[in-house]
Write a protein that binds this ligand. Structure first.
Ligand SMILES: Nc1ncnc2c1ncn2[C@@H]1O[C@H](COP(=O)(O)OP(=O)(O)OP(=O)(O)O)[C@@H](O)[C@H]1O
Ligand SMILES: [Mg+2]
Length: 463
């Protein structure tokens, strides 16, 4: 465990917390006990003194037998003196009969006042609390009494209470220590595992996963790390696949370009017509290359969220007409009819250029992959959405290809698609664009019969 690890920090915090709570608490408990016991002793002594005062005043002067009886029935020790302060009788060992009490006490009592004081026996060091009462017989000051009560007992009691308080504080701190050790181990163990896992991920071991046992914040952090490593792993696999695909896709047109350029350079053609066909191939391959680069660039911009959309009111009917006009010649060449079904569609608040790009891709595909029959473009409003479907009677897409049809470079028949000039990026672009426009795109197809793409776009996009 690290020196500045979570254990020490937690332990220190717990310790400070416990000390901050327990020390004042111990002090308060100590004070309360002391107060309560002192108050009780004070009350007892005062009550005894009052009782004794009454008894003595009624039986004044007191003979030694009566005094002995009184002192045996009184808790604490008593001392009686006459009006001059001369001790008449006492049960307090260190005072002698005939001895004079301190003058200042006598003065107070003479005035008829009471007092209480602390007293420490100089020989035994025993501590006392004592109270003084004047004895007034027939209205005349006739002496007084002191009642002593040892407070050593309180001290002993307080001593044992303090011991208990200290033992409980030490016990609580020990408990806190064990608890801290337990809690910090519980907290730091998964954190240490996560630290190790993130280091492994940083090293490139992207299959690293953490075993998650808890459902709390630490558990969700673990889940997030697991997800991160999965995502990174997927990203790495996708990136390598993509790079392999890109280099493969680039290699083909480049080898065509190189090959035909070489034929032209070395005059390996019979006539002008053949030369022209070579140049057409070179031109087509260059177009394909630039389309590939353009699409890749667009896709990467879209994935990074760097594509800026220009929102405006878009007339969908007009947009469909415009797009189908663009592909009309291509369709006519293949003797394909384009049928447009639309009625009273509202304008939508979206990016017209991007919708046009989507439709163009879908229509071009429909024409490319249909040999005979027709293409139907249908647009309708459904609740807050406009649904545009592009349906053809073409080759169709095999069921096993459907889940991957929007993936980059996924083509059903590579060679056929290449013949059509396809790079396999069109549908990936469509998918990303529709996502950007807050819509969805779905495909249904029956191999050998035809395909239908359905794009759903919101009437308005809340930005
Ligand atoms: N309407 C369709 N009918 C049958 N197959 C289709 C249809 N549309 C797409 N496909 C299949 O899906 C594949 C991917 O289409 P996508 O548009 O992404 O690429 P492409 O047409 O090959 O190339 P390009 O990037 O030039 O569009 C195509 O190669 C084709 O096999
Ligand atoms: Mg295409």
């Amino acid at each position: 465990m690290k020196v500045n690890g979570i254990f020490l920090k937690l332990g220190f915090i717990m310790m400070v917390l416990f000390l901050v709570i327990l020390l004042p608490l111990g002090f308060i408990i100590d004070r309360i006990f002391l107060e309560v016991y002192s108050e009780q002793v004070h009350q007892n002594v005062n009550q005894h003194a009052d009782k004794l005062k009454n008894t003595l005043e009624n039986n004044f002067p007191v003979d030694s037998k009566a005094f002995d009886y009184l002192s045996s029935t009184t808790e604490g020790e008593i001392l009686v003196f006459d009006e001059k302060g001369v001790i008449l009788s006492n049960s307090v060992l260190e005072f002698q009969k005939g001895q004079q009490i301190q003058n200042d006490f006598l003065q107070i009592l003479r005035k008829g006042k009471y007092f209480d004081r602390g007293y420490k026996n100089p020989e035994t060091n025993e501590e006392f609390f004592f109270v003084g009462r004047p004895l007034i017989v027939e209205g005349k000051f006739s002496g007084g009494i002191f009642v002593f009560s040892s407070i050593d007992k309180i001290h002993q009691l307080m001593h044992s209470i303090r011991n208990w308080i200290i033992v409980s504080i030490i016990g609580s701190i020990m408990l806190a220590l064990f608890y801290t050790l337990f809690v910090s181990r519980k907290i730091s163990k998964p954190l240490i595992l996560m630290e190790r896992a993130t280091r492994e991920i940083a090293k490139g071991n992207l299959t690293t996963q953490i075993k998650i046992k808890s459902n709390d914040e630490i558990g969700s952090l673990g889940k997030a790390i697991n997800k991160l490593s999965l995502e990174l792993n997927n990203y790495r696999t996708n990136r390598s696949e993509l790079l392999a695909n890109i280099s493969h896709e680039l290699r083909t047109p480049i080898s065509y370009l190189k090959g035909y350029a070489h034929l032209i350079k070395t005059h390996q053609y019979y006539d002008e017509k053949e030369l022209e066909s070579y140049s057409i191939i070179i031109e087509n391959e260059s177009d394909r290359l630039s389309k590939l680069i353009q699409d890749l660039f667009e896709l990467s911009k879209m994935e990074e969220g760097k594509v800026k959309l220009y929102y405006q009111m878009v007339d969908i009917e007009e947009l469909i007409d415009l797009t189908s006009r663009k592909v009309k010649v291509k369709a006519q060449k293949k003797d394909l009819e384009i049928l447009i079904i639309k009625n009273d569609l509202p304008s939508i608040y979206s990016d017209g250029t991007r919708i046009h790009q989507v439709l163009l891709n879908l229509l071009e595909n429909a024409i490319n992959y249909t040999e005979k029959g027709r293409i139907v473009v249908k647009a309708e409003q459904k609740n807050e959405f406009i649904l545009i479907t592009v349906k053809d009677t073409g080759t169709g897409i095999p069921e096993e290809d459907l889940p991957f049809i929007f993936d980059r470079f996924h083509r059903v028949e590579k060679s056929r698609s290449r013949e059509m000039g396809g790079t396999g990026l069109g549908l990936a672009v469509v998918y990303e664009l529709v996502k950007l426009l807050h819509g969805t795109v779905t495909v249904t197809s029956k191999y050998g019969y035809g395909t239908e793409f359905c794009v759903s776009l919101p009437l308005s996009i809340e930005q």
